[in-house]
Design a protein around this ligand. Structure first.
Ligand code: EPU
Length: 330
C-alpha cells in the first residue's frame, strides 16, 4: 500500500494505524512511541518520502461525524469529525445534511485531522474560518487537550501543531462551527468567474461544491491518475517595496495585498521563469499549474527535491524571492 499521493514507494521501521482511542493510549503507555522518531501521517497528500523512515509512522484512522449542538435561535451548528475521516467525504456529508460552511473546501485531498494542522485553504476560505475546537492527545502522557480556534495560532498553511507544538499532540477530532442556512462565499475571483461561465448566479451548496471540484480538477492533477503533493510551494509574502520593484519590471505579476506586504502567486513566478511543463529526471512541473510538481512515472523523492531546489534557486536569482515548500520532505 502506498500512503502518499506523490505515489513514491516508501518504507519505515514501523507503521501503526490507530482507529481506537484506547489502542492509542496503550501505545503511549508502553512508551515505545516517543523513544524513536515518529511521524503523524494524514492522507499523505502533502508529503514526499526521500528515504527509508527510521522510526514510526503513526496513522490515525478513527472515524465518525456527528452533530454536537444546534442553536435553534441562530441556526449555528457544531459538528465534530474524527481525524481519520477523508476530508472531501466530510464536506460531502455536511452538504447532504444541510450543514453549511465547508463547501469552498470541497475536493481537497487529505484527512480531517490534517486540516487544522496545515490550515488547509482554497477558493477564499481556510480551515481557520470554520474550526471551533481541536481535540488532541498528548503523545507523551496520553492526556486529552482541547485547543480553541485562537489557541491553534492559525497562519497561512500553518498552525501551532506544525510549529511550536510539532509532534507533541495528535489531532484526534475537530469540531467545526457551521450553519444551517447556506450563504455562499464567492469572493474568490476564479470561483465567481467559473459560476458565471456556468450561468449560475446564486448557487446551491451542491452547485458550489461541484463547481469548485470542476475548477480544481481543471488545474490540478487527480491523485489517482498523476502523483503529486498538490501545491508544492507556498505563495511567498514580500514587502510592499519589494512588490513595487517587481511590479515595475513585471507589470502583469499576480499578487494580493496582506497585512505584511504582498502575497505573490508562486505559480506565476515559476511559469514566468520558464519552468511550466519542464522535467528533471522523472519529476516535472505540471502543465496546467506551475505550483504543482508531478510524478512522471517511477519518480523518486530525491528527484523531486532536485527539481524543487533548481526552481527555488532560479526564482531567487530572477525575482529575489525565496520560495518555501508547502510539502513536507521526509
Ligand atoms: N498562475 C500562473 N501560472 C500558474 C499557476 C498560477 O500564472 O502556473 C496564476 C494564476 O493565473 C492566478 C494566480 O496565479 O492568477 C493564482 O492561481 P490559483 O488560483 O490557481 O491559486 P494558487 O495561489 O496557485 C492556491 C493554493 C491552492 C488552492 C488555490 C485555489 C497555495 C500554496 N495554493 O493556489 O491549494 O487550491 O489557491 O484557492 O496557497 C494546495 O495547497 O495543495 C492547493 C492546491
Amino acid at each position: 500500500m502506498i500512503y502518499n499521493t506523490f505515489a513514491i514507494p516508501a518504507t519505515a521501521d514501523r507503521y501503526l494505524s490507530v482507529s481506537d482511542k484506547q489502542e492509542l493510549l496503550e501505545i503511549i503507555k508502553n512508551g515505545t512511541l516517543v523513544k524513536a522518531p515518529f511521524f503523524i501521517l494524514g492522507g499523505g497528500s502533502n508529503i514526499v518520502f526521500t528515504c527509508h523512515y527510521h522510526g514510526t509512522i503513526l496513522h490515525p484512522e478513527n472515524k465518525g461525524i456527528h452533530l454536537v449542538e444546534k442553536d435553534p435561535a441562530t441556526g449555528d451548528l457544531l459538528v465534530e469529525a474524527a481525524a481519520g475521516e477523508n476530508w472531501d467525504g466530510f464536506v460531502q456529508h455536511c452538504i447532504a445534511q444541510g450543514w453549511h460552511g465547508t463547501e469552498n473546501l470541497a475536493a481537497i485531498p487529505g484527512t480531517v485531522g490534517a486540516a487544522p494542522v496545515q490550515n488547509v485553504g482554497a477558493y477564499g476560505i481556510e480551515a481557520k474560518d470554520i474550526v471551533h475546537t481541536v481535540l488532541t492527545i498528548d503523545l507523551a502522557t496520553g492526556q486529552e487537550r482541547t485547543f480553541t480556534n485562537e489557541e491553534c495560532c492559525f497562519g497561512y498553511r500553518n498552525s501551532i501543531f506544525k510549529d511550536t507544538l510539532k509532534g507533541k499532540y495528535l489531532v484526534w477530532s475537530v469540531t467545526f462551527r457551521l450553519h444551517s442556512t447556506f450563504t455562499p462565499d464567492l469572493h474568490y475571483k476564479a470561483l465567481s468567474d467559473a459560476l458565471t461561465a456556468e450561468g449560475i448566479d446564486m448557487p446551491t451548496a451542491r452547485q458550489l461544491a461541484d463547481t469548485i471540484a470542476k475548477v480544481r480538477w481543471s488545474k490540478l492533477p487527480r491523485p489517482e491518475e498523476t502523483g503529486s503533493a498538490g501545491s508544492f510551494f507556498k505563495n511567498p509574502i514580500v514587502t510592499t517595496q519589494h512588490y513595487e520593484r517587481l511590479k515595475t519590471d513585471y507589470p502583469d505579476i499576480v499578487a494580493y495585498p496582506t497585512v505584511d506586504g504582498y502575497k505573490l502567486a508562486a505559480g506565476w513566478l515559476i511559469e514566468h521563469a520558464g519552468w511550466k511543463g519542464r522535467s528533471m529526471g522523472r519529476c516535472g512541473v505540471y502543465e496546467k499549474q506551475a505550483l504543482v510538481l508531478v510524478n512522471r512515472g517511477g519518480c523518486t523523492g530525491s528527484e523531486v527535491v532536485t527539481l524543487a531546489n533548481a526552481i527555488t534557486e532560479d526564482i531567487k536569482n530572477q525575482f529575489g524571492v525565496t520560495l518555501e515548500k508547502e510539502a513536507i520532505i521526509i
